[in-house]
Design a binder for this molecule. Sequence first.
Ligand code: PMP
Length: 366
Amino acid sequence: MSQRPYNFSAGPAALPEEVLHQAAAEMLDWHGSGMGVMEMSHRGREFMSIAEAAEADLRELLAVPANFRILFMQGGGLAENAIVPMNLSRGEQADFVITGSWSQKSAKEALRYCDAKVIASNAEGGHLTMPDPAGWALRPGARYVHVCTNETIHGVEFQALPDLKALGSDAALVIDCSSHILSRTIDWSKVGLAFAGAQKNIGPAGVTIVIVREDLLGHALAICPSAFDYKTVADNASMYNTPPTYGIYIAGLVFQWVKRQGGVAEMERRAVEKAELLYGYLDGEGAGCYVNRIDPACRSRMNVPFQLRDESRNEAFLAGAKARGLLQLKGHKSVGGMRASIYNAMPLAGVQALVAYLREFANAPL
Ligand code: PMP
């Protein structure tokens, strides 16, 4: 295979090269059917087999228990910010933990549908730590508690899920795991609903994964569009309306790729190795030139924001990176600086190449 540049985009993000080759080979004729996947009826035998395999593989990879339904939806994380309260809040209380931009957006959107309240926040100081669950002001009447388990922009990640029961709450835990799904295991005993846009660790934008405990189905507000009512979607095996068929197919190929690599445990092992290499350099040898201000205990393994100490060199840094085949390292505009997103599809060699460039740039005469 040819050497492609390493792509550090936060999403839509790089996909495993093997998957892209397979999709290209099958583009015009899927498995001798005479049709490309984009051209198939979603109700035909061929696509049904693709969708069923994708769901079964995801269930196996994440060890999703039988009392949870896996839904393939559309609208991305931002639509889920409305769809979750429409389905779970019953117009009553929902609690939100603010850890960065994405959870902030979730809390704001939910206010349109229910009594949404911020019950903990790391905003003071700039989202550099995680609010300790022991200090959350959980409301006894809340239907659910929303957390974003990996904040893609701010680069903070929960290293363990909060245990709401142990904190005395009966609320369902809702996790937005868009930017680290399949990079670590999920303890389903603590979770009511998980959602994730596909465009980071799963496949193309346009597919949204929702994994929801069965007892949470069937309580949608009357205003909830039928196509966004989890029960309707579940009852129709995600085919109430035409699902994003090609995206589901690519997601299925990615699930098979993850299985071939050794599953989520292996993805996690690699994520730790890659993150340790990059943070290790930034904190150690590279500390004179670069800085990451996030509390080491809360740092994301997937999204690594960092700044040059001399920000006047930002453009030169990015130009040099591009010339070396290291793409999309510019940080989000709200945080500035740089961000390296190192999802499952980023090989260790990509992070090694980044560290080699960081070192070269740091040591270059001005
Ligand atoms: N949540 C998280 C954690 C995200 O990273 C993103 C997108 N980067 C979203 C939600 C929003 O996803 P979308 O743009 O697909 O609606």
